[in-house]
Design a protein. Structure first.
Ligand code: NDP
Ligand code: MG
Length: 375
């Protein structure tokens, strides 16, 4: 029985993870659950599992059933609750400390929070190495790549090809993009996800973050990571082996498969929620248009510049997306804010979490001032 703590239990990934655990109650149990402000959602999730420690990380709860609260409460939940694995499904940079607390307290880390790897991937692997624990990617593309690399061996792999759905505006005229509203960006064609990542999908900042994530997770330089547009979202990524062959992982788009694989690793568990008949699908692949998705190239540039720039890419994008959602800037301004924030010089390497958070804070201030100029 693997004892699991889910951070971000009320979110898109968190709710699907709870379903995975409930479907495989003979293999997994819930040791702890956290939400940020959705107390009702947290209590509803907890009602399915007896004895789980609960945390509301934004404020003091109304319910006496929730033992932990606030940022310190979240630290205690993750560090002090007995468990084998933490699923970090918190949204955004707030997930960084959760990852390091999980590893430092000797737990495996199933990582949906890609921000951890983009901001501090090398440090996270150092922490995992010191603790003798594993980082298991949940992001569907990286889960696919991880599972293939584990089977072929890292030395057999020449590079990877990450697939992208293209998001909500894939087929719209370029001239229409400046006029897109937040509600338009939230209409994703194939995946149902949290709000921020759905906007990132439309701009391909999500794919940019995933290119950086792949580089840090698998030790690949940018020229070994390719991105292709694949509207059907059935191929979750490819690896290219040394002989030039491409291997793909395919299923219907359902995050419960990568969640299950991360929770169960290295075992395989029977599950059929995303089974796919190859006769049912027609697969298309093409190059993403750089004019439609400028944030993809910016991510490669940040990757080439080093750890400070990738940290700043994430921070600037979070500020820009929040400003777009709040109506302060247009959709196409998100890319402008990020690329202008990256015109500053950032350190090539970040030694320690303080340095990571300092760059994150600096980039947020720069991005916010650019937003003010534009708005
Ligand atoms: P959601 O916005 O749906 O959920 C976020 C969860 O995190 C909620 O439980 C929320 O609590 C909690 N949360 C919000 N802010 C904080 C905070 N400051 N500290 C601690 N917890 C917080 O996001 P998703 O589930 O879509 O995404 C979660 C992560 O997984 C992101 O990093 C995303 O990039 C990644 N991911 C998501 C995929 C998906 O399919 N959704 C696919 C691949 C990766 P509350 O409800 O109380 O606000
Ligand atoms: Mg993904």
């Amino acid at each position: 029985m693997r004892r699991v703590i889910i951070v971000g239990a009320t979110g898109s990934i968190g709710r699907q993870a709870i379903d995975v655990v409930a479907r495989h109650a003979d293999r997994f149990s819930i040791a702890g659950l956290s939400a940020h402000s959705d107390e009702g959602g947290l209590l509803a999730a907890a009602s399915r599992f007896r004895g789980a420690a609960l945390c509301l990380s934004s404020r003091a709860p109304d319910s006496g059933a929730i033992a932990f609260h606030g940022p310190d409460g979240l630290r205690s939940l993750v560090r002090d609750t007995e468990a084998d694995l933490v699923l970090n499904a918190a949204a955004g940079a707030a997930g960084l400390s959760v990852s390091f607390d999980a590893l430092a307290s000797g737990k495996d880390l199933a990582l949906a929070n890609k921000e951890t790897i983009v901001m501090a991937g090398r440090l996270a692997f150092e922490a995992a190495g010191e603790a003798g624990r594993r980082i298991l990617p949940v992001d569907s593309e990286h889960s696919a790549i991880f599972n293939m690399i584990e089977r072929f061996g890292r030395d057999a792999v020449r590079g990877v090809v990450i697939t992208a759905s293209g998001g909500a505006f894939r087929d719209d005229p370029l001239e229409s993009l400046p006029g897109k509203m937040p509600a338009d960006a939230l209409a994703h064609p194939t995946w149902s996800m949290g709000a921020k990542i759905t906007v990132d999908s439309a701009s391909m900042a999500n794919k940019g973050l995933e290119v950086i994530e792949a580089a840090r997770l698998f030790g690949l330089s940018g020229d070994r990571i390719d991105v292709v547009l694949h509207p059907e979202s059935r191929v979750h990524s490819f690896i290219r082996t040394r002989d030039g062959s491409l291997y793909a992982q395919m299923s219907r788009p359902d995050m419960r498969i990568p969640i299950l694989n991360a929770l169960a690793w290295p075992e395989s568990i029977d599950e059929s929620v995303a089974d796919m008949d190859p006769c049912d699908v027609f697969l298309r692949f093409s190059r993403p248009d750089p004019a439609r998705y400028p944030l993809l190239r910016t991510a490669y540039e940040a990757l080439a510049s080093g750890e400070g720039a990738t940290d700043a890419y994430n921070a600037a994008n979070e500020v820009a997306v929040a400003s777009f959602m709040g109506g302060a800037i247009r959709f196409t301004d998100i890319a402008v804010v990020v690329s202008r924030t990256l015109e500053r010089a950032y350190p090539r390497t970040l030694e320690g979490l303080e340095a990571v958070l300092a760059v994150d804070g600096d980039a947020r201030r720069v991005a916010a001032s650019i937003v003010k100029e534009i708005a």
